[in-house]
Ligand binder design. Structure first.
Ligand code: G6P
Ligand code: ZN
Length: 543
């Protein structure tokens, strides 16, 4: 075994986006591509000697090969040990849990989250810091600038090691520990939630389907739901991680989890349905013939948090990303706690959680989580709902409609225009920015504009700032239109348009969502010329 120094040169475009570096698998598997990025991470971190690194991924195509490369590079940089999930498997929230629990200096997570996998799909990598969360922008910016000047990388010429059997191996002077990716995480869940009550619920005949979407959360759901909680076998569907996710788009929303939605609409539907994404950090909650929006899910969990043992002391605060509906704000107001509004990207919650200024966080993009780790957490959200269902004995629909009756309903929908021309997308946003100052006071299709701006954020903990985080058009009647470009796509640009309308009257809370939002949808098209500028007459995905 020897450590080699290999000459390389910068590869353009290695800029991490909303959540790490994501590219087509074919791009990632080019010679030097992964090596350049990982070397840039290690260079940015400085001296790695004696430190511990956590390593794993969502099992997608290229995961195993990338893990072997990273192990050999870590050994060449003096890491004392690397903890690798067995089979290379580690969900994003479990990685966060293990980094924190084992006192690691950080972790490398291999995933492109909810983007499709396989040789024709996407691959990705991101670095998480010692607190367990995604590296802040100052770090990812430094990594990016390092990729622009890199000249060499260091790697051991050791043989590949066996990552499929739990145990310890050695590369150069570095210890490699292959560990059970579920155990630490499951133990944490058992402390946060009332497992006895949930066990009783299942024992009493309560039925559920958890759709693992052939991605990483399957092993966690099998072990926790069907193992520890005694749910019948078959509760977890698509529960084995596959390299191409079985051809599925592992994004748990009503469009991509159509199998589960159809199942939940049957006359003999289970009591409860849930799904998680590629790397296990997203969640979708479905009742019988009743979808719960992520924004509502956050608000409902916040309003009922004390049913769970881990949250019995109450919440310090709530945080939501700017485009997420303001349903959580109503709950925070009632609880007398702050509700923080952050830019899109889970990393913005990190400082608030570390400072104990927020306990629960959520995003409209099917992400919910808490201070228990520093990532959003799919299985955690499902267990929280199960705890709530067990504690109240009510159905999902009853819980949500009672919530609306008390706090008002925030009708909500997101329209995505995927894969549009990047130049056209930027032009649309820039044209709209120019119009913003004149919008205030204007009547848009019956809604009077109260505020129109491009969201900028100053982190209340560390003072860091983020500008141009999305255009907000807020109406005097409490409704809102938000437009921003996605930071996670890998092809062209994706325009996201978010609609929200507040309805306090319970008699008006059961209208079809798109119909309730129709006046705002038309207003957005007229103010931003969406059809004209994108060349699309309708969105490609509506959630
Ligand atoms: C990832 C991030 C989230 C973000 C989502 C959508 O899941 O972890 O924080 O909300 O992507 O981001 P995008 O920039 O595509 O809207
Ligand atoms: Zn994800």
């Amino acid at each position: 075994m020897a450590i080699q120094t290999i000459a390389t040169q910068p590869i353009a475009g290695q800029k991490p986006g909303t959540s790490g570096l994501r590219k087509k698998t074919a791009v990632f598997s080019q010679p030097y591509y992964l090596e350049n990025f990982v070397q840039s991470v290690f260079d940015t971190l400085g001296d790695c000697t004696g430190k511990t690194l956590v390593l794993g991924g969502d099992g997608r195509y290229h995961n195993r090969k990338a893990i072997q490369t990273i192990l050999k590079m870590a050994a060449a940089h003096g890491y004392a040990s690397v903890l690798v999930g067995q089979g290379g498997i580690l969900s994003t929230p479990a990685a966060s849990c293990v980094i924190r629990k084992r006192g690691a200096a950080g972790g490398l997570i291999l995933s492109a989250s909810h983007n499709p996998g396989g040789a024709d799909g996407d691959f990705g990598i991101k670095y998480n810091i010692a607190a367990g969360g995604p590296a802040p922008e100052s770090v990812t910016d430094a990594i990016y600038s390092r990729t622009e000047s890199i000249t060499q990388y260091r790697i051991s010429d050791a043989q590949d090691i066996n990552i499929d059997t739990i145990g310890v191996a050695q590369i150069e002077g570095m210890r490699v520990e292959v560990f059970d990716p579920v155990a630490d995480y499951a133990e944490l869940m058992s402390r946060l939630f009332d497992f006895d009550a949930i066990r009783k619920l299942f024992a009493g005949g309560f039925t559920m389907r958890f759709d693992g979407m052939s991605a990483v959360s399957g092993p966690y759901a099998h072990a926790i739901l069907e193992g520890m909680l005694g749910a019948p076998k078959g509760t977890v569907i698509n529960g084995t991680p596959l390299e191409d996710f079985g051809g599925h788009h592992p994004d748990p929303n009503p469009v991509n989890a159509a199998q589960l939605i159809a199942l939940m609409a049957q006359p003999d539907a289970p009591d409860f349905g849930a799904a998680s994404d590629g790397d296990g950090d997203r969640n979708m909650i479905v009742g019988r013939k009743f979808d719960v929006t992520p924004s509502d899910s956050l608000a409902v969990l916040a309003a009922n948090a004390t049913v769970a043992p881990g949250y019995r002391a109450g919440l310090k605060g709530i945080a939501r990303s700017m485009p997420t509906s303001r349903a959580a704000d109503k709950v925070a107001q009632a609880l007398g706690i702050p509700c923080h509004e952050t830019p899109t990207g889970w990393k913005y919650f990190g400082t608030l959680l570390d400072a104990d200024m927020a306990t629960l966080c959520g995003e409209e993009s099917y992400g919910t989580g808490s201070s228990h780790v520093r990532e959003k957490d799919g299985v955690w959200a499902v267990l929280f709902w199960l705890n709530l269902l067990a504690a109240t004995g009510k159905s999902v629909e009853d819980i949500v409609t009672a919530h609306w009756a008390r706090f008002g309903r925030h009708y909500y929908s997101r329209h995505d225009y995927e894969g549009i021309d990047a130049a056209a997308a930027n032009l649309l946003m820039n044209d709209l920015r120019v119009k913003l100052p004149a919008l205030k006071g204007q009547n848009l299709n019956g809604h009077t504009v109260e505020l129109a701006d491009d969201f900028s954020y100053t982190d209340p903990v560390d003072g860091s700032t983020a500008a141009k985080q999305g255009i907000r058009i807020v109406m005097a009647d409490g409704s809102r239109i938000v437009l921003r470009l996605s930071g996670t796509g890998t092809e062209g640009a994706t325009l996201r348009v978010y609609f929200e309308l507040y309805e306090p009257d319970p008699a008006q809370q059961r209208r079809p969502v798109q119909q309730a939002l129709a006046s705002l949808i038309a207003a957005a098209d007229s103010v931003a010329a969406i059809s004209l500028q994108t060349g699309r007459s309708s969105p490609s995905v509506i959630t």
